[in-house]
Design a protein around this ligand. Sequence first.
Ligand code: GLU
Length: 317
Amino acid sequence: VEVVERVNRLDAILSAINAEMAAAPERGTVADYIPSLAKVSPDHFGIAVILADGSIHTAGDADTPFSIQSVSKVFTLTMALQKHGDELWSRVGREPSGSAFNSIVQLENEGGIPRNPFINAGAIVVSDVVLDGAEPRAAIGDVLRFVRMLASDEAITIDNDVANSEAATGFRNVALANYMKSFGNMDPYVEGALKLYFHQCALSLSCRQLAMAGRYLMNDGTHPQTGEAIISPLLTRRINALMLMCGHYDGSGEFAFRVGIPGKSGVGGGILAIVPGRASIAVWSPGLNARGNSKLGTHALERLADATGWSVFMPTL
Ligand code: GLU
């Protein structure tokens, strides 16, 4: 009885959040620096919550695929850590940057070692590690297969229009990669890592699929359906710590302050958020706040955390 009540209560919370977000007049600004992202309507809002017992709870546009953009950095970081473990930290740091997602300024002072794996420079290094000298096509296929496996969903795809649109306009990411190459922190063939990076950002998932893909992060690194250890419990804790500290660029402090759980945002308006041991959550609303994070997605997670008491800072966890 208690379980049923809890679950009904969660569904009621999600539909209240959805109603509030559907009616919100201020919806933020859709990213337009990647031309094909500019076409998405700011009216969308979706949310999906998967509990540790496997039950799935959704509201709004939870089944509409969107461009996950930087949320993909969590999955490539997992792959890089699987391959190289702690060696990765000689090429990328793990401190919050306090600067914008695409900033180049710290790189000069810090000898071409990006602050963390979730700013663009850091994620491009991680893509270089995942590529590991292989053909970009093969590595793109590996990332796609990895995300499908995590989500237990073979229907997940990469939107090539988005990837090409970003490749045609991503001059700053090209600059970041070349700048790091000048410090010897990139394979000289930077085009390969960039190709992988643009394609992983173009992964297209719905909230339901993204929450499914994030389940291992609430589950100590183990795939809840197959029982396979995707990554060790220690590294899972570290990924979650990085998401909390660095997952929202220079809005990470505010997100921790308001929401209090690990989260990773993307300029497509998606956020993956993890309540360790309890829930994997995905929200999506394309309008962004001034820091480039989903405006209504952040509000929705704040409401959800308030209503459920979910926080890594609560003794009940
Ligand atoms: N593909 C985007 C870029 O590199 C990702 C940025 C983001 O989602 O924050 O510009």
